[in-house]
Write a protein that binds this ligand. Sequence first.
Ligand SMILES: *[C@@H]1O[C@H](CO)[C@@H](O)[C@H](O)[C@H]1NC(C)=O
Ligand SMILES: *[C@@H]1O[C@H](CO)[C@@H](O)[C@H](O)[C@H]1NC(C)=O
Ligand SMILES: *[C@@H]1O[C@H](CO)[C@@H](O)[C@H](O)[C@H]1NC(C)=O
Ligand SMILES: *[C@@H]1O[C@H](CO)[C@@H](O)[C@H](O)[C@H]1NC(C)=O
Length: 433
Amino acid sequence: MELNQRRYLGLTLTLILGVLRMASLAQSDQLENQSCHPPSIIKEGWQTMYFQRQEEAKLPCMAVGEATLQYTWTKNGEELSAHPDWNSERMYMQSGVGTLVIAFPHQSDQGYYQCRVSNACGVSVSVVIKLIYAFQGQVSESSTPEVISAVAGQSAVLTCHPPRSVPASEVNWILTDPDHWPQSLLLDDRVTMDYSGNLYITSVRQEDEQHGEIYMCLIYNYFFRRSDLGEYKQIHVRSGGNSDAAIPTQLMWRSHTDIIALLGQEVKMKCIFSGNPLPNTTWEREDGQFDESRTSRSHHELVIWNAQANDSGTYQCSGQNTASASPVTSTFTVVVQSKPMWQNEPTDITAAPGESAEFDCSAVGEPAPTLQWFINGQPLHESPDDPRRTLNGNMLRFSSLTLGDSQVVQCNASNTHGYIWSDTYLFVQESAV
Ligand SMILES: *[C@@H]1O[C@H](CO)[C@@H](O)[C@H](O)[C@H]1NC(C)=O
Ligand SMILES: *[C@@H]1O[C@H](CO)[C@@H](O)[C@H](O)[C@H]1NC(C)=O
Ligand SMILES: *[C@@H]1O[C@H](CO)[C@@H](O)[C@H](O)[C@H]1NC(C)=O
Ligand SMILES: *[C@@H]1O[C@H](CO)[C@@H](O)[C@H](O)[C@H]1NC(C)=O
């Protein structure tokens, strides 16, 4: 009886162990022999995001895919789970999705963030999100306006010093006095601004005193949706000046002369000439014609919209008045380049065993983009060799697929102006007949 009982127990244990072993075998075979849908990120952040102090920053990451999805984040290439604040109320992942929440961000949270989502058959990887700390310096307040003493016919500059801010602020000039609403200062051929907000009066007239009203630069920041008043100025036109005195043309300011423009964007260049009488300004293209439908020439500025490759070339501004024998000129060189753009963007592929699959990652750009491939987030050259996988130019090909070949394929096309990122899966399953 005792013996039988022991035997019985032994048999039961063997059976249980056997079942367990079979179950675990079946589980590893499952990867080999059963289809598994790889993860796919469907929501991610912009490549550049701003955050401000003490205001929650959310970096979205959400994926679909089979079974339990495991989300992880890296900051500057390091696992964020190693961060001292990880999983605290300051920094955590939203449950159910992978969205990263930085509830009370510090300046030190700036960096490059990337989300990864994995399951049994692959890893989907998001773009790299550059998280930038946005701030606005204090505007130095002055109670009394600075008086600019100017001579009629001569030029005057009213400077504006917006505090350093990220992203940059915009400057406009307004006129105010205690009895009137501020109004914006009218800019024209004679009164204009440079690209950092300083105001140029190219040939001063009595009317620039504006009846003693105050010139103020208005500093506006789109990110903070905030306006600040900058320096106060008053113009005093000295008597005794002769507004008819001839003053030769002089170049007061010009924008950068070496311009790298991006395809489709706006190209701007500006020359501010002073002199009395007011110099005329002309714009020429030294090596070709202007495309008039995309060009505007105002007194000081040349603007080309929707830049095209054939806008690359040499441009010149020249200013002249009756007091100068020859024109004063300045030359600009424009080179139009472009960010990477897809020529063919890889797409998700579902295939049956025995078939083959091709991911085409063709991009154009100037300079020509460099391609980098990844398998489940691992650089291709670090992934184990597989004779059934071949890379040919922009094309990554998988042949003689088996059910175990489901995976996620990433491709990065980058140049000096940025990158485009593709994260697509290969899903191998028995064809549904
Ligand atoms: C898995 O597939 C291989 C070949 O495709 C086959 O030899 C093996 O028996 C399969 N295993 C299971 C558990 O189905
Ligand atoms: C793509 O490559 C560029 C250049 O190396 C890099 O700055 C960028 O972070 C890469 N993007 C991703 C998502 O890996
Ligand atoms: C410049 O290139 C654009 C786009 O290719 C084209 O539409 C335009 O006609 C070209 N302009 C000139 C002046 O060749
Ligand atoms: C600009 O002014 C100068 C001197 O008055 C004159 O000789 C020249 O023809 C003018 N140029 C244009 C384009 O008006």
